[in-house]
Design a protein around this ligand. Structure first.
Ligand SMILES: NC(=O)c1ccc[n+]([C@@H]2O[C@H](COP(=O)([O-])OP(=O)(O)OC[C@H]3O[C@@H](n4cnc5c(N)ncnc54)[C@H](OP(=O)(O)O)[C@@H]3O)[C@@H](O)[C@H]2O)c1
Length: 269
């Protein structure tokens, strides 16, 4: 049985993807923060005849990211799929500039850095599961990273913080694809859909204009489509391969982000 870890599976588009993969016979490791929503997801999947377990971690803490990776390793020796989907929108639960438990700008920490660390920690499991895939759920909302003020201590806005974190995921994906060449693991990223009807969009005050099913379809294409086997380092706008912000294709920017991320997460080079 193939195993997938989906972060942010308790709500929104991640929840739909978790249920779809479970219905297709995947064993689902569903991550989230809310015990209650996690338990109800596991129950729904079990009631439909699928297999799932819930793993709780607040991705605003790198120590919790490390504990999540350990919890995953206790449940499985191999992963065929990792979907880094958890995220906070431009407004979130409380508007304004916030910091993670480690003192980093919150959206950069949760939307990007947590996935960066988790992916590196889970690489051995993905190698054991090869051919395996990594899908980073980014966004069409992208803003170039200002390496002189990554933590947005000046001129903060929630939209800027969100867009910077989403572009960071894309730079990471392009970089990772290079690093993973020959390993049997591919990494791609996408904008799942615009203003899906989810908690994040409702919190931001935007009117939903697409469904979570549309976004789930786009994520599933990168996750399982045979047509994309072996393809890596790509950015998709919903169902179509597309170009991201030019910074994603700037090797110097990617290497700066990689070095900074290793330093911030305590990963050894
Ligand atoms: N909605 C859109 O239109 C849209 C557009 C472009 C890109 N995206 C991207 O799609 C992904 C999913 O978005 P969504 O709209 O489905 O969001 P959502 O409904 O708000 O769900 C967010 C998920 O992330 C989890 N999460 C949030 N903060 C967390 C934290 N600190 N630690 C651990 N988990 C955390 C939540 O867990 P709990 O419920 O347990 O708190 C929830 O499962 C995000 O990466 C988002 O940027 C969405």
């Amino acid at each position: 049985m193939k195993t997938v870890l989906i972060t942010g599976a308790t709500d929104g588009v991640g929840r739909v993807v978790a249920k779809r993969l479970a219905a297709d016979g995947w064993r689902v490791l569903a991550h989230g923060r809310s015990e209650e929503r996690g338990a109800s997801l596991v129950d729904e999947i079990a009631a439909a005849g699928g297999k799932a377990s819930f793993l709780r971690a607040d991705l605003a803490s790198l120590a919790e990211v490390r504990r999540l990776a350990e919890a995953v390793s206790k449940q499985t020796a191999a992963l065929q799929l990792l979907i880094n989907n958890a995220g906070i929108g431009s407004v979130g639960e409380r508007p304004g500039r916030r910091e993670s438990a480690d003192g980093y700008e919150l959206r950069f920490a949760v939307n990007y850095l947590a996935g960066f660390l988790l992916t590196h920690l889970l690489r051995p499991l993905l190698e054991n599961g090869a051919p395996s895939r990594i899908v980073n759920v980014a966004s069409a909302g992208q803003q170039a990273i200002d390496f002189d003020d990554v933590m947005l201590s000046r001129g903060y806005s929630g939209v800027r913080a969100y867009c910077q974190s989403k572009l960071a995921q894309i730079l990471f994906t392009v970089d990772l694809a290079d690093e993973l060449k020959g390993s049997g693991i591919v990494a791609n990223c996408l904008h799942p859909s615009t203003y899906m009807n989810t908690t994040m969009v409702r919190q931001s005050g935007n009117t939903p204009i697409s469904t979570v099913e549309t976004g789930a379809e786009a994520i599933l294409q990168l996750a399982v489509s045979p047509a994309l086997a072996g393809k890596s380092g790509l950015y998709f706008n919903v169902m179509n391969e597309s170009r991201a912000n030019p910074q994603a294709y700037d090797a110097t920017a990617r290497s700066r982000l990689r070095e900074l991320s290793r330093e911030l997460t305590g990963l050894k080079s």
